[in-house]
Design a protein around this ligand. Structure first.
Ligand SMILES: [Zn+2]
Length: 450
């Protein structure tokens, strides 16, 4: 009886506490912001509007209104943000990054540019947490307010989970992160860490590795239990490896892919599949994945299947650009081989565009330096997209693929205040997106030059 009574008192107390908190939250004056946008591309794909006001209350967009609204008409303390001489658009989204490392390490040391950091072997988890935060901030400062990290080794996965949580809680600045943690891969596959001596190999934690359908189900559940908010599967080997060639068999069996996809979808996760060879791309598409990453050697028939099923392609053209850059330093024979291979991949991408495969923007930053993500846009335009279509891949399309289109991707009532601005129209010159001069994420201004 006493116990019952004390429980009742406790519950009543909690209810009162809850009510008091609600009142306190409502008592706190709302923070109002009004952006005056010279040109506003609020919904990429539809024509831009000129001389608009974006009204924001407590990080939520309330309204987009024609003309330059007097902020005092909204609230005596409303902040006005003058972007009358700039081109304003939604915060950009990169659906394919790896924040755990980058070429040449934190300083992009030219002497070590050919090496991607092997952070799992050379760094502590604490060090990876700090460097990945710096990489995340560099990417935010480049205009990317939402990122999907599509796979890390075990220590970087733990680091990114902590980083994501601290950013989400508002404790530290950074972009919104959707993280796959460890990618799902077969033993010895693209996400397994191989090539070390027996004792180093034994000492590493090989997580996300599975052989057989049940093991792959468990591997997916394990990543979600540890905080993943997306799932990545390795359908083929890496580019340039025996299992990553144009005619290679998939690394995972169809049974393993289907098991991983079904489990992920049941848990509300979208699935990205790394796939180079055509057989791996097609098998992953048939297994029901939401996006194919790279699809370097996808055939016309496979791309038609992707278009039919509306499976997104995440192109990672920044990596092609980097390969060409690196090839320039190679002896002639090696250089020509790389150039010929890249030419095939670019042609395949043009085919994908022609048959109507939906595209979501993704760079593979981590393989290229973080913060240089914007170079990807110019490649899309060079290979056949209009600038408007290119912008749409990094806003609306990527938001849909990541399952966050209820929150970001357009500037509209009810959406989060993720807004950037550039100094000239990216519809005329897409490279304008490589240097945004204004960046707001969740209503916080991270950059405002001039
Ligand atoms: Zn990648």
């Amino acid at each position: 009886m006493t116990l019952m009574k004390s429980w009742a008192t406790l519950v009543a107390g909690l209810l009162l506490f809850g009510a008091a908190q609600t009142v306190a939250a409502e008592d706190k004056p709302a923070k109002w912001q009004v952006i005056h946008a010279g040109v506003l591309l609020n919904d990429p794909g539809r024509p831009p509007l000129s001389e608009q006001s974006v009204i924001i209350r407590n990080n939520i967009i309330q309204e987009v209104r024609a003309g330059y609204l007097d902020p005092k008409a909204i609230d005596a303390n409303a902040e006005v943000i003058d972007l009358r001489n700039r081109f304003v658009l939604p915060g950009l989204i990169d659906a394919h990054v790896h924040l755990g490392g980058q070429p040449g390490g934190i300083d992009g040391n030219p002497a070590r540019m050919s090496l991607i950091e092997r952070s799992e072997v050379s760094q502590s988890e604490a060090a990876i947490t700090l460097t990945s935060w710096i990489y995340a901030k560099r990417t935010l400062e480049a205009g990317f307010t939402t990122l999907r990290d599509v796979g890390e080794p075990t220590k970087a996965s733990a680091a990114l989970t902590a980083l994501r949580d601290a950013i989400d809680a508002g404790h530290i600045p950074g972009p919104r992160l959707i993280i796959a943690r460890n990618a799902i891969s077969v033993t010895g596959g693209h996400a397994d860490i191989v090539g070390y001596s027996e004792e180093v190999h034994e000492g590493l934690i090989h997580r996300g590795i599975c052989d057989g359908a049940d093991a792959c189900r468990k591997a997916v559940r394990d990543q979600v239990a540890r905080g993943a908010t997306a799932i990545k599967i390795m359908a083929s080997g890496g580019g340039g490896t025996p299992m990553g060639r144009p005619d290679s068999e998939p690394e995972m069996t169809s049974e393993e892919m289907v098991a991983a996809v079904e489990t992920a979808h049941a848990l509300g996760m979208k699935v990205a599949a790394h796939a180079h060879g055509d057989k791996a791309v097609l098998a992953a598409v048939k297994a029901g994945v939401d996006s194919i990453e790279h699809a370097a050697y996808g055939s016309r028939e496979t791309f038609k299947e992707m278009a039919k099923r509306q499976v997104y392609l995440v192109p990672t053209m920044a990596v092609r650009a980097r390969r060409l850059q690196m090839a320039a330093m190679q002896p002639e024979e090696a250089r020509k081989k790389t150039e010929a291979d890249v030419a095939i991949i670019l042609e395949n991408f043009k085919t994908a565009l022609k048959v109507g495969v939906p595209i979501a923007f993704g760079t593979d930053a981590g393989v290229v330096p973080h913060g240089s993500n914007g170079v990807e846009f110019a490649w899309y335009v060079k290979l056949g997209m209009s600038p408007m279509e290119a912008i749409r891949t990094s806003t609306h399309n990527a938001a849909v693929l990541l399952g966050v289109d209820d929150k970001v991707g357009v500037i509209d009532a009810g959406k989060l205040a993720d807004i950037i601005a550039v100094d000239r129209s990216p519809l005329q010159d897409i490279t304008a997106l490589e240097a945004p001069s204004f960046i707001m994420k969740d209503g916080m201004i991270y950059k405002n030059m001039r």
